[in-house]
Design a protein around this ligand. Structure first.
Ligand code: V47
Length: 369
């Protein structure tokens, strides 16, 4: 439907005004985003978001042949929303050996994989050299593999234990072969909510400062928001506003990934998000984060079907083949551990979009028209 027709049919004046802003290419205010969160007009919000998405990405929707590696689940931070991280003494604790990790990277490389995404717990006994060394080993053996590794939480932790600056740590990681930083660890920036869900790890300012420093050093990064736990809509908007402001400053974010909270096995407990909330959050992020080129519908948290609908409500990326994911699976997601490339292509095609295999930096590897 033409957007003008949709606007005319909209009876709610404030929603219509927001639609007009979208049509005129004007930036939405935090109040506008809040109005959208408080509205039940999912189809309308989704159509506005899809209008913006098509202006940015046309009919293309992206995926990457990649592998997630979670080298250890031992974690000092013990966040209440997380069912993955355990103490070193826990019988579920594991730590992969370097050989094991390199074997996984090799497998992915043989299958034509372009990216390894490395994120884990934060073990008490790891030194900076353990994080740097892993990147160096992977890069020296597989120079063509893009290494997207260590969240701002891990980088903050490295700086803290070594009493060095973020810049120093990031430069060392970059020299070792780090190509990009994943978006994990943002959770929700609100101090109030963070105290409840993640009281001990890096706070919002620290997360943002790590990304700011990375961008200054030419390391691109991604950003996430964990939603559906104790946060309010106001806090979601505040979170996205902080990201939008930093993106205005640096332009270093590639993609925003809203992460739906899964409660199983967590200390925090609670309920799963609704599919309407999932889609609304994707759509509003597309509308509000006008300076982010991409919005990811992460199939691991959303499930295949909601991720497909999200591709018609503002999202343009599904992440990738993944191979093995442990963090959200620990918290009860029913998604598979991996997807074949063919399956991702089919998911995108049957969502009415043109599948594009990309690399980490959204360069086109292949188009499957
Ligand atoms: O930071 C932890 C989230 C994140 C739960 O950058 C949970 O491209 C839901 O950040 N329910 C790690 N989510 C994963 C991540 C990510 C994933 C895909 C792509 C990219 C990217 C980044 O997983 C954590 C946390 O926010 N998480 N526990 C849970 N119970």
């Amino acid at each position: 439907m033409e957007l003008e027709v949709l606007l005319k049919a909209q009876k709610d004046v404030s929603l219509r005004r927001i639609g007009e802003k979208v049509l005129e290419g004007k930036r939405l205010s935090p109040e506008d985003a809040l109005t959208l969160f408080n509205s039940n007009e999912l189809a309308y919000i989704g159509a506005l978001a899809e209008y913006v998405n098509r202006q940015k990405n046309g009919m293309f929707a992206y995926f990457v042949v990649n592998r997630q590696i979670n080298p250890t689940n031992i974690c000092v931070y013990q966040c209440n929303f997380c069912a993955f991280g355990v103490l070193k003494s826990d019988p579920r604790a594991y730590e992969m050996s370097l050989e094991e990790i390199l074997k996984k990277v090799e497998e992915t490389y043989q299958q034509g994989g372009r990216e390894v995404h490395i994120v884990g717990g934060v073990p008490p006994h790891w030194k900076v050299e353990d994080y740097v060394g892993l990147v160096r080993e992977i890069k020296s053996r597989f120079p063509q593999m893009v290494v997207k590794a260590w969240t701002a939480i891990e980088i903050h932790h490295m700086a803290k234990i070594s009493k060095r600056s973020y810049e120093d740590i990031l430069k060392e990681l970059k020299d070792a072969g780090l190509d990009a930083i994943p978006g994990g660890g943002a959770e929700i920036f609100s101090e109030r909510a963070r105290k409840i869900i993640a009281p001990y790890k890096a706070n919002a300012e620290e997360y943002l400062e790590v990304h700011r420093t990375a961008h200054k050093l030419g390391i691109p990064s991604n950003a996430t928001m964990l939603y559906g736990h104790v946060e309010t809509y106001e806090e979601r908007v505040e979170h996205m506003l902080k990201l939008r402001e930093l993106q205005d400053e640096t332009g270093g974010f590639q993609v925003f990934i809203p992460l739906a909270y899964w409660p199983e096995g967590t200390r925090l407990g609670g309920k799963r998000t609704s599919s309407v909330d999932d889609l609304k959050t994707i759509a509003i992020s597309r509308l509000f984060l006008d300076n982010f080129p991409h919005i990811k519908a992460y199939w691991i948290t959303l499930g295949e079907k909601i991720a497909q609908i999200a591709l018609n409500m503002g999202a343009d990326d599904l992440d990738g083949t993944i191979e093995e994911e442990r963090i959200v699976h620990s918290a009860g997601t029913k998604s598979p551990y991996r997807q074949s490339k063919e399956k991702l292509i089919n998911l995108i095609r049957s969502a009415g979009k043109i599948p594009v295999e990309r690399d980490t930096f959204y360069n086109t590897v292949a188009i499957y028209p």
